[in-house]
Design a protein. Structure first.
Ligand SMILES: [Zn+2]
Length: 308
């Protein structure tokens, strides 16, 4: 009887225990990545490697599997040296994959006399990494319908180098072939111009992803159309590496371009982060993803999108 109870409890825990993300947890992750010690996480620096290593440790603690090889660190060449993307996968009931990504590199430091010379990049894009780690927290002890891949891209600030490299890496083919949709988180630390518990998606007019997602969205979370569509952010962020492969891939953001004064400035640090709003968005995003299955969620591009 004891044994049976144990088996039943184990089954129960696998299918139901979700781990909501606390504000404390969010604060911890952003504080490490956006700390002065990380010196702005510029690609090619030891601090960039250290950031990749830290993200790999978070993936390991969440029991993710390696995407390829025997490490979460997926190497690529940067100016004759090795730089790393970070990739982990969570197997679900289906081979079909939902991908969650964000870039972890930022623009480093500048030699300025006096004042703050470290570009901490709390919003850009420690916040995006925190979102994808938070989602993997939520599913740590669950078996999701979709398999889930988590990718932290490097070298975005130098021209989306990391996402280009990993999207074209043949070792990733099996995963790429199965991606039903990729959500790329880019600057989600502040309240959007649509208010709290709201994000916008780039390139909403190119697919039905936002409509499908919103149909299942929980607790008032909403994906809004891109208010800055004229700036063509859809083609200017890491998701584009996957768009070229005809994979459904959009960027998700909360940045309010009408007000934000921290973009690529030294004041993009912890002081501008709204932890409460971030926690609400990450938890509601996870709960929504929990309702998606390969049957009810299969977004498609329309003919307005340009693939090359
Ligand atoms: Zn960015």
């Amino acid at each position: 009887m004891k044994k049976l109870t144990f088996v039943l409890l184990s089954l129960f825990s696998i299918s139901t225990f979700a781990q909501e993300v606390s504000e404390e947890r969010i604060k911890t992750i952003i504080s490490v990545l956006a700390s002065d010690e990380m010196k702005g996480r510029e690609i090619g620096t030891p601090e960039n490697d250290k950031s990749a290593q830290y993200i790999a440790e978070l993936f390991e603690k969440n029991n993710l599997e390696y995407c390829t090889g025997n490490s979460y660190l997926v190497p690529f060449d940067y100016k004759g040296k090795t730089a790393y993307n970070v990739c982990g996968i969570k197997k679900g009931k289906s081979e079909k994959v939902l991908a969650f990504s964000g870039h972890f590199d930022h623009i480093g430091t500048k030699n300025k006399s006096g004042g703050d010379h470290i570009y901490n990049g709390a919003d850009d894009n420690a916040s995006g990494i925190t979102a994808l780690v938070g989602i993997s927290d939520y599913f740590k002890d669950k078996e999701p319908e979709f398999s889930m891949v988590f990718m932290a891209f490097n070298g975005e600030e130098k021209g989306m180098l990391g996402s280009k490299a990993i999207s074209e890496d043949d070792n990733m083919n099996r995963i790429n072939e199965n991606i039903a949709a990729l959500f790329n988180f880019e600057m989600v630390a502040t309240e959007s111009q649509f208010g709290k518990n709201a994000v916008f998606i780039t390139g909403d007019e190119f697919s039905d992803l936002d409509e499908l997602f919103n149909k299942y969205a929980v607790d008032g979370l909403k994906i809004h159309p891109d208010p800055y569509a004229k700036q063509q952010l859809f083609y200017r962020s890491d998701n584009v590496s996957y768009v070229k492969k005809r994979i459904i891939a959009h960027s998700i953001s909360t940045v309010d371009m009408t007000k934000a004064k921290h973009y690529h400035q030294p004041n993009d640090d912890l002081s501008i982060v709204n932890f409460t709003n971030m926690a609400q968005i990450i938890n509601n995003f996870s709960k929504t993803v929990d309702k998606l299955t390969p049957k009810n969620f299969s977004p498609k591009y329309n003919n307005k999108v340009k693939f090359d």
